[in-house]
Design a protein around this ligand. Structure first.
Ligand code: FAD
Length: 476
């Protein structure tokens, strides 16, 4: 008998429940990936995600080749068309996959399940992308959580799944069929103009890259709380894209950190807690699917944003005149990733100081992040915009100058991403417009020429945000 393992966002052989089930079934296995971007609608993957996907698929294909298996690649308008075609080419007994929990994926998978089951094919799906199925966690009244801490505490009362990796022999799994497969290059996931040189330096988008970062994260886990907010330090794991594409499972991440770190409480309240923010975001998007582009708190539908493409573009290009914001936006552009602390400062600057809709920021992050994840991105932006679950209130405006002084005191982060400010003394760099002309000249900087003047004053931006908020509150 032959079965299909349909890889989606679980591009690994380790701790992969769908893969494990297929191996245990004793069937010959056809590993399959379907590229159907038109099916992703509004949330079609951006260029940075596609870059990552290309490499992750190449790596998975190499791993499978070690067992004599070929990853079959198919490009199609819809996944169902590709699957139906495949099941007509060869007799297939069963199909296995790990669930994705976005509304669009659920709709697609439900239809596929119905269609293939009607054709007599056994369809089995698993949870391999989260620690818990979003339906598993409810509060005492059976409703979804909207506040993080009780959600997290409730998760901790459950048995956290342990990773399971099974060994298998080539002869057991290798099918007799030689199926037509598209070339990976035909998916056109890599850039046509080579803008990815820094991405290549910054990332090793493979399973072995994930393992290296996991090892480092374990070694650093006792210092996580002290270092996690310092963007110049490698204090966080940088595992987010690997988790998104499933090159490492959350169960493996959790288990490895917990069993190998030296101080368990520190890990549990530090890096592992973040993994539950990931769970919480998925939980919220699953239960409130409209939040992918609408606020969770309904009243925010009518927030008086001041949409302005010029301001938005300056923010996107790292030309706001606020070094910490610009450094973050440039790190994002060059590497496809931004440190979490800077994500908070830069996103707050857009929605508060510049009064731009959070959806515009979320969209830019979506196309530029290698870890772009609908649940995490949506909840991150709504948290900042004050309109999400457990959100920081709108009137709490991050001060980009104080944040910069506190979290980048040596300016190592700013200077890395804004070389034109490299000669500016660290204590002055956070607000270059306050520098004396002589100080600027000594640092070789002409404001407005080498580096922009601030596009809005901090007090003015803060006041504008608070005025918009109080006007909005009184209109409710
Ligand atoms: P670590 O600190 O090492 O944390 C370990 C893992 O926990 C991460 O890999 C990630 O999977 C998860 N995690 C950490 N922080 C959060 C968080 N606040 N919310 C949810 N999960 C978290 N994260 C994404 O993965 N994709 C996104 O598209 C995304 N968009 C964001 C947008 C905004 C405006 C903000 C404020 C945050 C966003 N985040 C997003 C969350 C967070 O910034 C990243 O997960 C984190 O920076 C990844 O770095 P790391 O792997 O080193 O994290």
């Amino acid at each position: 008998d032959t079965c299909i393992v349909w890889f989606r966002r679980d591009l690994r052989l380790h701790d992969n429940p769908a893969w494990n089930a297929a191996v245990k079934s004793g069937c010959k296995i056809i590993p399959l990936f379907i590229h159907s971007p038109s099916e992703e609608g509004k949330w079609r993957a951006g260029a940075a995600s596609n870059w990552w996907l290309h490499h992750a698929l190449q790596d998975l294909s190499n791993q499978l080749a070690c067992y004599g298996l070929t990853l079959t690649l198919r490009s199609s308008d819809t996944a169902i068309a590709a699957l139906t075609a495949l099941t007509q080419e060869i007799p297939v007994k069963a199909i296995y996959w790990n669930r994705c929990y976005e509304e669009q994926s659920i709709k697609r998978d439900t239809l596929i399940k119905e269609t293939l089951s009607n054709d007599g094919i056994s369809v089995r799906s698993f949870n391999g992308n989260l620690l818990f199925d979003p339906l598993e966690i409810t509060n005492k009244s059976g409703s979804p959580y909207k506040v993080f801490t009780p959600f997290w505490k409730s998760c901790l009362t459950l048995v956290i799944p342990r990773p399971e990796t099974i060994t298998f022999q080539q002869a057991e799994t290798s099918p007799h069929y030689c199926l037509k497969s598209d070339e990976l290059d035909s998916f056109s996931l890599l850039p046509k103009i080579p803008w990815d040189s820094e991405m290549k330096e910054f990332w090793e988008p493979t399973r072995s890259g994930a393992k290296k970062l996991l090892k480092q994260a374990i070694a650093k886990s006792t210092h996580y709380q002290d270092l996690r907010d310092i963007p110049s330090d490698d204090g966080t794991s940088r595992l987010s894209p690997y988790l998104h594409f499933g090159q490492i499972s959350p169960a493996e991440f959790h288990h490895e950190v917990l069993t190998r770190c030296t101080v368990k409480d520190t890990a549990q309240n530090g890096i592992l807690r973040q993994l539950f923010w990931r769970e919480f975001s998925a939980h919220l998007l699953y239960h409130f699917p409209h939040t992918h582009d609408q606020p969770l708190r309904d009243e925010y539908q009518n927030f008086p944003w001041n949409f302005d493409t010029d301001l938005l573009e300056k923010w996107q290009r790292g030309q706001t005149g606020y070094p910490i914001v610009d450094a973050g936006m440039r790190q994002l552009w060059k590497t496809g990733w931004m440190h979490n602390r800077v994500r908070m400062v830069a996103s707050s600057f857009l929605v508060k100081h510049l009064l731009q809709p959070w959806q515009e920021g979320a969209h830019w992050f979506w196309v530029t992040l290698v870890d772009a994840d609908l649940a995490n991105n949506t909840q991150g932006w709504q948290w900042i915009g004050g309109c999400g679950a457990d959100a920081s209130p709108y009137f709490r405006v991050f001060n980009p100058i104080l944040q910069s002084k506190k979290f980048d005191p040596t300016a190592a982060y700013i200077k890395k991403w804004i070389p034109e400010l490299s000669e500016v003394p660290a204590k002055l760099i956070h607000a270059p417009w306050e520098m004396e002309p002589l100080e600027l000249a000594a640092a070789g900087v002409k404001l407005g020429t080498d580096y922009p003047k601030p596009i809005i004053g901090h007090q003015e931006g803060r006041k504008q945000a608070l005025d918009a908020y109080s006007k909005f509150k009184s209109s409710l």
